[in-house]
Design a protein around this ligand. Sequence first.
Ligand SMILES: *Cc1c(COP(=O)(O)O)cnc(C)c1O
Length: 345
Amino acid sequence: MTGVIERYREELPFGADDPIVSLEEGSTPLVPAPALSAIVDAEVLLKLEGANPTGSFKDRGMTCAVSAAMREGAHAVICASTGNTAASAAAYAARAGLTAGVIVPEGKIATGKLAQALIHGARVVALRGNFDQALALVRELVERHPIALVNSVNKFRLEGQKTAAFELLDELGELDALCIPVGNAGNITAYWQGFHERGAAPRMLGFQAEGAAPLVSGHPVEEPETIASAIRIGRPARWEEAISATVDSRGEIRAVSDQEILDAYRMLAAGEGVFCEPASAASVAGLLRYGADSARRVVCVITGHGLKDPQTAIDSAAAGGPVGVAGGIVSCEAELGALEQAVLG
Ligand SMILES: *Cc1c(COP(=O)(O)O)cnc(C)c1O
């Protein structure tokens, strides 16, 4: 197995002698989703990006952004993040021996992501503000200091992330539509770039959370709010590119509610055996709400792993549990009769 730069070097801006920082990201599973396929009457497949080294698709872009930073002689990288970019930047910087600074909205990032950024040794700055404010500030900061910015405004991030589109085409030959959650809109832009470079044009169906849907309403959202923290973004940096991708592919960007996201999140876990984080379930929530249209083969991008955000899983299981089952867990005395009753109901 190799990382995405080695695997697709001909199609990426890296030469044979460039330094490569990799954790062997990419080559993620593409699994059929029989339960979903039956519901929407199309062949649905799930691209499990949570299987990347740090548990999200951000690693595809980070191998490129950090490798390019090394080539340029950078000593430090920085990003604003809702969590996964921070985790990925921290890991790849550690791998490269670089210093990483990550700016996250205070109290708003999932536990697993915070744990990752900390254990990889990043300087974690909790900003009293939202993601959009954090990104605006780090963009100013890097104007004054020689630190490489590794947000998806960095073109190398998109170069790396487009390899997911290559993998889909290499494995499937063709697909009719791609369902994908949209936050800062880097990933939908990267997939479209990848498809376009290979002469493919599946419909790009992007989904935002209702409380953070600037690309649907057409204007920035000052205080974005949704349970799906990875897409809690009100001013997407790749706004124009995301709109072009949907127009050029005859796709669309639409909104789904938090309730629909949580329903899809539980359905994926209980019905397909796939545990993702809430933002990732937006792609499936969108497919369930709006249908496959005339698409025969649809790929849903499952952007991040469910273990990133254990609290939402526990709360959500508790909320969905049968009456009398506290917290989704059945408490039991250490005695056979009680165990029989607890197990058999
Ligand atoms: C970053 C992220 C997104 C959103 O991707 P954008 O490129 O910001 O649109 C969606 N889901 C997860 C899990 C993410 O980490």
